[in-house]
Design a binder for this molecule. Structure first.
Ligand SMILES: Nc1ncnc2c1ncn2[C@@H]1O[C@H](COP(=O)(O)OP(=O)(O)O)[C@@H](O)[C@H]1O
Ligand SMILES: Nc1ccn([C@@H]2O[C@H](COP(=O)(O)OP(=O)(O)O)[C@@H](O)[C@H]2O)c(=O)n1
Length: 255
């Protein structure tokens, strides 16, 4: 992905005595299946910004923790936070945009991670380790550093509330649990897999509950976020509304 053009660099008015510049940050937060990844990818492409898929970080840690035997299939079993923290600190994670999938490929300790990291089971592991404050802290700087080199579109749960509280644009994208489950069903069927709507709906609700009710960085809209319900909007309509909001906040689009 290319870096931002000069048109997309905003002057930091709060810090103008140092004449420093900072790059625009757009935060797209919300629950699973709301369409965050879709609109984030399109914005990053159009604007030439970097893309932060923060969920991928939690997914990697969740997957590695499972592989290391730290997470049991029985979700009532406690997980050793210190062991997950040590594992998190041992990981070198890099993202490479993939135009074919419209997502980032994830490289961990020099090795590409397979598509498995994107499945619902790993999403569940991610939400189990995402409750740990020390793990979140260990991933914080890596995320914030991504905004120091170019404009950034960041997708997650706490982008606008915790990671980039001073972001130029914040959007909280939602949709009903049923609409989100339906989208996952279509996604799985299109990938040639089987899909059980009721099972997917239950998993989505369980993950929402864990993400919204944890004590550290719960999934919630920032006070200054645009709330957008995509239940009855297609992906193009979502993009247009988010684009309009970005423009209202001073982000320059050439197309
Ligand atoms: N507004 C929309 N209406 C219908 N389907 C959508 C919409 N936005 C995204 N999708 C589809 O829904 C699925 C989940 O979207 P995704 O962007 O991965 O969501 P999230 O990143 O919030 O989990 C994908 O298959 C995507 O193509
Ligand atoms: N900024 C973030 C991003 C994800 N997460 C956690 O990671 C899980 C997976 O996130 P994701 O964005 O990849 O999930 P989807 O929305 O794509 O299903 C979420 O359910 C959260 O528990 C988080 O806690 N904070």
């Amino acid at each position: 992905m290319t870096s931002s053009t000069p048109d997309n660099v905003l002057l930091n008015t709060e810090d103008s005595h140092t004449s420093s510049v900072r790059y625009p940050v757009i935060c797209i937060d919300g629950p699973s299946g709301a369409g965050k990844g879709t609109v984030t990818w399109r914005l990053a492409q159009v604007l030439g910004y970097q893309l932060l898929d923060s969920g991928a970080l939690y997914r990697i840690v969740g997957l590695k923790a499972f592989e290391a035997g730290l997470i049991s299939a029985d979700t009532s079993q406690p997980i050793d936070e210190n062991a997950v923290l040590a594992l998190t600190e041992s990981l070198e994670i890099a993202f490479v945009p993939n135009n074919d999938s419209g997502r980032v490929d994830i490289i961990v300790n020099g090795q590409a991670v397979g598509e498995q990291v994107r499945n619902e089971t790993v999403g569940g592991y991610a939400s189990q380790i995402a409750v740990f404050p020390q793990v979140r802290q260990a991933l914080l700087k890596l995320q914030q550093d991504m905004a120091t080199r170019s404009g950034l579109v960041a997708d997650g749960r706490d982008m606008g509330t915790v990671v980039f509280p001073d972001a130029d644009v914040k959007v909280f994208l939602t949709a009903s649990a049923e609409a989100r489950a339906e989208r996952r069903v279509i996604q799985l069927l299109n990938a040639g897999q089987t899909a059980d709507f009721e099972a997917i709906l239950a998993t989505i609700k369980e993950r929402d509950d864990r993400d919204e009710n944890r004590s550290t960085a719960p999934s919630k809209p920032a006070a200054d976020a645009l709330l957008l319900d995509s239940s009855a909007l297609n992906a193009d309509a979502v993009y247009e509304q988010v684009k309009k909001h970005c423009q209202d906040k001073g982000v320059f689009f050439t197309s």
